[in-house]
Every structure is written in structure tokens, then in C-alpha cells.
Design a protein around this ligand. Structure first.
Ligand code: SF4
Ligand code: SF4
Length: 690
């Protein structure tokens, strides 16, 4: 039987092929429908289909053109080769399936020119995909990166992909020799391979053709049905996951309906079904590439949390009870399923250690590294919410900070009445909004939100005075809230105490709206992020600027002159809540560049790749008992650059790096960018000069 006859296998063979095809598609559809149901089993609602054009643009950039992989050299190359193989060869699979019924079918309705172009592309892609597979196997098993784990699953899938390419080429080459009249000059790789088969008996060629063809399609069916059970499910879910990615500011956390949650006596995430559907889609999508792990400061300093490990654990927790959860949601669960769900291993304390949950600094380096737009901190905070609000279980040091925020409006637990004491040392007075005549308030251009660190912490107070001087010199009409300002609630929220956060947020929004505040400047990136991105959920819609943005603007407009030279070298440490959370990288650098004599050297990890100081996510208030301290690890990187100073733009970073300098007897001194700018003012020369 020749492969050009009316059917490849006669009626019984064609029927058998039809059965195999229908069976495998049906099995795949069933599994995917169960996975789909698993997405819909509960959890709070989440809307991820707003702003479709923005989503589409991201899908093209991050999904189709894989922008995040461009800078990944070797891995980026083989991933692109394999990905392009999938795209082109999915059309090829369709053509091969059609051949099973109509051997001369090709792709219906395709004009000859397009058909030839397709044949050429297909042939090239078969070879490049094979090359991609070889490169990927090399990366996994010969010169493996730390971020990749040796995985049977990954090896199996890569071999399967390679097998698909080889069988396709072999079937094509055998057919080439068997039916030279139908051979196309547009398949150079197939033609080259056919030279090795030339001269073989027709029976051998037929055996090669049919065996390769069958094995190729059977491998595709196996591959298809294996995907939903393994990490390679991302082949199907990655593009939807990217399209449905978070578009809000990265640092914005979800709002909990406290009343509803209290009624249901259910806060945060205790079980896999408490996650939102999108959080479960993230679990389906993790490729286990380890890019998140390789940048996570907790992993780099030897702590148990690795974002990749976390994703794998929650996914395993989900898949272990997937069938029972879907049956239960459909009311089909028998007593056995109910018992299994009841007795399953706990998510918190079972699959995921509590230590892991408390280790995260919410720096989001992992999220910016993830090629498929997975988020982690929201999941971790949701689990903290359960521990704090439902179980009252949290590191005991957090209690002191909670008490301070609750009773005095600051985590240092210092008297609320002393909030504006820092301003007493200035040689000018800052108006306090509440003490101003109502008519005078209209002249206030911007409210200086000082923050708890800027009000109570010794170094933070110096920076507050520096910003006040800069605003004053720049002719900006500003005021403060004085003792009416209270903690913004960032640490409470990130430590899982959503109730306390919402109380503080509502109080602050009420005060700010009461005075008709429209524009706010702050030097604390945590205040900045919370007021800018999270207070709108409470009716507080303000234009929020970071201190360095205002000062950079004043310098650019010529309203501020920084004239006193500072002949020092400096590096700059990006604060996570200013940089990755809010994309502000340039303003602090512009201020540094405006100081005469100062030379900036970038740290190896800077900008989008800046390493956390260890204070975010409420970690500022917790002990760090495992592994190297994150502030010391970061400070060691800073010291290696050999600069005299390191610039910071966050009071928490200042405390953490200052502590590290003392602990390590380091030479590089941390200075806030605004302290240095104030010291360069002609009217305050050397005010805080190092
Ligand atoms: S979460 Fe993202 S970065 Fe981390 S292993 Fe999974 S796919 Fe890779
Ligand atoms: S947010 Fe930062 S600390 Fe937390 S898991 Fe991601 S990289 Fe690690």
C-alpha cells in the first residue's frame, strides 16, 4: 500500500485511526473540563477581563514575543525555538490528521504559493525545534542552572517533543522516496534525510513511513493528554494567564469585605479552594523555570521560602484533592470524597510552612522575573490574613507593632502627640492644616505626608527636615497634618491584619478628604504606595508624589539650585516599593545627578533588578532568625562596589542598611538622597553632608 492511495490504511485502519483520534480528543476535553471546573469552585470573585486592549498588548509582548525571555540568552533562545515550533507545528498536526483520512489533502483551500511557503517553514521549524530540544536537554542535564531542578517530567516532555520532530521528518523522508512525483522541492530537510533512505526496498520505506506517521500522531495524543497533569500545562494556560494578568499597580493588594468575611467567619486563605480562580490559574501555569527562585532574597539568604517551591506546593495541594473538590462543588461527592477532603493535609502548616509564609518581604522581584505573569505576594498575604484574623497566629514581635499602630497610630508605639516634634528644629515654621484658617488652606499646594518613620525614627526625622527645607527653598507652599496624621497601615496590611489596616485607612482618608487635600508628597515609599494605590478603595483619590519626584522637578524648573559640591562616589539602592511597585527609578537618580561633584556608580543589581533590604511586607518589625540577614546580604553587595556612600529613598531601607553597616563595620555610609540634596543647598551648605 502506497501513501498516495485513497486511504492510508483501508477502511478498518481508517476507522481505527478515527477511534483513536476521537478517544484522545474526548479524554483531553474531559480532563480540561475538570480543570476548568477546578477554577470555578469558589474563592472571592476577581475581574480580569477589563481593559482588553491593554491585556492584548501585554499578551503580544509577553506571550507571543516573549519579551521577558529576550535577555535570557541561552534559555531564551531554546525557549523561542521550541515555542515557534509549537505554533507552526500545530498547523502541521492538523494537516497530518487530515492525511489520516485523505492522504493527498494537505491543508484545504491553501493556494499553491502559500502551501509551498508553509512546507518550507514547517521543514525549517522541524529542525530548529529539534535544535531547541537538544539545547534545553543540555541546560537541564549537562550544564544545569541552579534555578532548574532535575525533573523527570521535564526530560520526558523534551524527549517527546524531539521524538515528534524525528518521526515527522522520517515519515516525510520515506514518503519522499516512495512517491518522488509528489515530492516537493520546498522541504529541504526532508529531502536531505531522504538521501539516506534512497535505495531501500519499498516494503522497508512503507514500514518506516507508516510506523513514523502512527508513532508521531500517537505521541501527539499522549502529549496532549499528559499536559494537564504536569507542569507543561503551561503550554495551554500561559497565554490566557498572561492575558488575564494583574493590571493594577503591582503593589496594590486586594480589598477584603470585612463585614462579609466576619459574617461568614472566614478570613483569607486556609484551603486551596479559598484562593480566587485566577490564583488557581497561576498554579496551573507555573513552568517551574525557577526564575523567581533565583532572585528571591529569602532564597538567596538561605530561608525556607522560595517562590517556585511555594507555587509547586500549593499546586500539589490543589491537584491532590482536585477530583474530590470538583465532585463536591457539583454535589456528586460521595462519603469517601467528603472524608478525604476533611482529612487532607492542611495547606498552612502542612503543604506550606508558616515560616515560609512569614518570610516574604513582598519585594515582588519574583513577580517581575516570572515569564508567565504569576503573582505570589497576594497569595502569601491572603494566607497571613487567615492566620492573623481567624487564628490569631503570628510572630509575637508583630503584636508590638500592631499595638503601636492601634493605640498611638505608629508601630514604634510612641506618643501620637509627638508626631510633629521633628519639625521643632527647623528655622521656619510648617503650617499644620488643622490649625490654619479655612480660607488659608486653599493656598496650600501640597500636603507633606511625613509618615511614622519620618516622624519618630531618628534618621527619618532628619530626612523629613531635609525635605521640608527643600520644599521651603523651592518656594512650595506646603503643610502637614501634625498629630492628625496616623500610620498609613502598610505594615498592618502586609502582616495580614486587614482589619487594622482598614481602620487606619478610613481614618486617614476621612481626615484628608475633610481638609480637601488633593496633592500629597511623601518620602516614604510605603506611605506612597498605600496612599496612591490602596486609598482609592476607601474614597481617597489623591495625586501622590514621592519627595525625589518633587525635588527633581524643582531642580529641573530652576526653582532649586544645588550648588554646594560633594566630591564623593555613590551607589543607589532602589526601594522595592518605589521601584518595582511604582516604577519610579529616575527621580532619585536625577536628584543625585544634580549635586555637583557626586559620581554615581550603579549596583550590579539595581533598577528593576534591585535587591530588597529585607524590611518590606512588615518584615521591618519581625526578627530574622534563619540564614543570612537580608540587609547584610544587600549591604555586602553595596560594599563591593567600593563607593563612599549609598543613596536610599526609603526610611525602612535607611534603617536596614544603617543596621547592616554597624553590624558589619562597613565603610559605605547610607544617606537619603534628600539629605544629600539639602546639604547641597546654597542656604544650608553642608547641613547633613557626609
Ligand atoms: S512562578 Fe513563574 S518564575 Fe517561578 S518557577 Fe513558576 S513560571 Fe518560573
Ligand atoms: S516577593 Fe520577594 S521575598 Fe517574597 S517571594 Fe517574591 S522575591 Fe521572595
Amino acid at each position: 500500500m502506497m501513501p498516495t492511495e485513497a486511504t492510508y490504511f483501508g477502511v478498518p485502519g481508517t476507522l481505527l485511526f478515527a477511534l483513536v483520534l476521537i478517544g484522545s480528543i474526548a479524554a483531553f476535553a474531559y480532563t480540561v473540563s475538570r480543570r476548568w471546573q477546578l477554577l470555578t469552585i469558589g474563592g472571592p470573585p476577581e475581574v480580569r477581563w477589563d481593559r482588553p486592549l491593554e491585556r492584548l498588548r501585554g499578551l503580544l509582548e509577553l506571550g507571543i514575543f516573549q519579551k521577558k525571555m529576550w535577555w535570557d540568552g541561552y534559555a531564551g533562545l531554546y525557549h523561542m525555538l521550541i515555542f515557534s515550533g509549537f505554533v507552526v507545528l500545530s498547523v502541521r498536526t492538523l494537516s497530518l490528521v487530515l492525511e489520516g483520512f485523505f492522504p493527498a489533502a494537505g491543508i484545504p483551500f491553501l493556494p499553491a504559493g502559500a502551501w509551498h511557503a508553509y512546507l518550507l517553514l514547517k521543514d525549517v521549524v522541524l529542525v530548529t525545534t529539534l535544535a531547541g530540544v537538544v539545547l534545553a536537554l543540555g541546560r537541564r542535564y549537562l550544564f544545569r542552572k541552579e534555578r532548574l531542578d532535575p525533573s523527570f517530567d521535564a526530560g520526558l516532555i523534551l524527549c517527546l517533543i524531539g521524538f515528534l520532530m524525528v518521526t515527522d521528518l522520517l515519515a516525510g523522508a520515506a514518503k519522499f522516496v516512495l512517491t518522488p512525483a509528489h515530492a516537493s522541492g520546498w522541504e529541504p530537510a526532508t529531502k536531505a534525510l531522504s538521501a539516506f533512505l534512497a535505495g531501500a526496498p519499498a516494503s522497508t520505506l512503507e514500514a518506516v513511513f507508516f510506523a513514523s506517521w502512527w508513532l508521531h500522531l500517537l505521541a501527539i495524543f499522549v502529549f496532549l493528554n499528559y499536559l494537564p497533569f504536569a507542569k507543561h500545562f503551561h503550554v495551554i494556560t500561559a497565554l490566557p494567564n498572561i492575558f488575564l494578568r494583574k493590571l493594577d499597580a503591582p503593589g496594590k493588594l486586594s480589598l477584603v469585605d470585612i463585614e462579609k468575611a466576619a459574617e461568614a467567619e472566614k478570613f483569607g486563605v486556609a484551603k486551596v479552594e479559598d484562593f480566587t480562580w485566577k490564583q488557581r490559574l497561576d498554579m496551573f501555569t507555573c513552568t517551574e523555570c525557577g526564575r523567581c527562585r533565583e532572585v528571591c532574597p529569602t532564597h538567596l539568604t538561605g530561608k525556607p521560602l522560595t517562590p517556585k517551591g511555594f507555587m509547586k506546593d500549593v499546586r500539589t495541594a490543589l491537584y491532590t484533592v482536585a477530583g474530590d473538590l470538583v465532585d463536591a462543588a457539583e454535589g456528586r461527592a460521595d462519603a469517601g470524597a467528603g472524608k478525604r477532603l476533611e482529612e487532607r493535609k492542611a495547606l498552612i502548616g502542612g503543604w506550606v510552612d508558616e515560616e515560609t509564609i512569614w518570610a516574604c518581604t513582598t519585594c515582588r522581584y519574583c513577580e517581575s522575573a516570572c515569564p508567565v505573569s504569576i503573582t505570589y505576594t497576594d497569595k502569601i498575604i491572603d494566607m497571613r490574613r487567615h492566620l492573623v484574623l481567624e487564628k490569631s497566629e503570628f510572630p509575637k514581635e508583630a503584636q508590638t507593632a500592631f499595638n503601636g499602630m492601634e493605640r498611638q497610630g505608629n508601630p514604634w508605639n510612641l506618643p501620637a502627640a509627638d508626631r510633629d516634634a521633628w519639625a521643632a528644629e527647623l528655622d521656619f515654621e510648617i503650617p499644620v492644616l488643622g490649625a490654619m484658617e479655612e480660607a488659608d488652606r486653599d493656598s496650600v499646594e501640597v500636603l507633606f505626608w511625613v509618615g511614622c518613620a519620618g516622624s519618630y525614627e531618628d534618621r527619618g526625622k532628619k530626612v523629613s527636615r531635609a525635605l521640608a527645607k527643600l520644599l521651603h527653598e523651592g518656594g512650595v507652599k506646603f503643610a502637614i497634618l501634625g498629630s492628625e496624621e496616623t500610620c498609613n497601615g502598610d505594615s498592618a496590611r502586609r502582616l495580614g491584619n486587614e482589619y487594622l489596616f482598614q481602620t487606619l485607612a478610613q481614618q486617614n482618608v476621612e481626615t484628608l478628604n475633610g481638609y480637601g487635600v488633593k496633592r500629597i508628597v511623601t518620602n516614604c515609599p510605603h506611605c506612597f504606595n498605600t496612599i496612591r494605590n490602596e486609598y482609592p478603595d476607601f474614597g481617597g483619590k489623591f495625586e501622590v508624589l514621592h519627595g525625589t519626584e518633587v525635588v527633581a522637578r524643582l531642580v529641573a524648573e530652576g526653582r532649586l539650585k544645588l550648588t554646594e559640591p560633594l566630591a564623593k562616589s555613590i551607589s543607589f539602592h532602589d526601594a522595592c516599593y518605589l521601584g518595582r511597585h511604582n516604577e519610579i527609578y529616575e527621580a532619585p537618580r536625577e536628584v543625585l545627578a544634580a549635586i555637583p561633584g557626586l559620581t554615581l556608580t550603579e549596583l550590579p543589581r539595581s533598577g528593576r533588578n534591585g535587591l530588597c533590604c529585607g524590611a518590606g511586607g512588615g518584615r521591618m518589625w519581625l526578627d530574622e532568625k534563619i540564614g543570612t540577614r537580608i540587609n547584610q546580604a544587600r549591604y555586602a553587595e553595596i560594599e563591593e562596589t567600593g563607593t563612599d556612600l549609598v543613596g536610599v529613598s526609603c526610611p525602612f531601607c535607611m534603617v536596614m542598611l544603617g543596621n547592616a553597616q554597624t553590624e558589619m563595620a562597613g565603610k559605605t555610609q547610607p544617606f537619603d538622597v534628600l539629605e544629600l540634596a539639602a546639604a547641597a543647598l546654597p542656604t544650608h551648605p553642608g547641613a547633613a553632608a557626609p
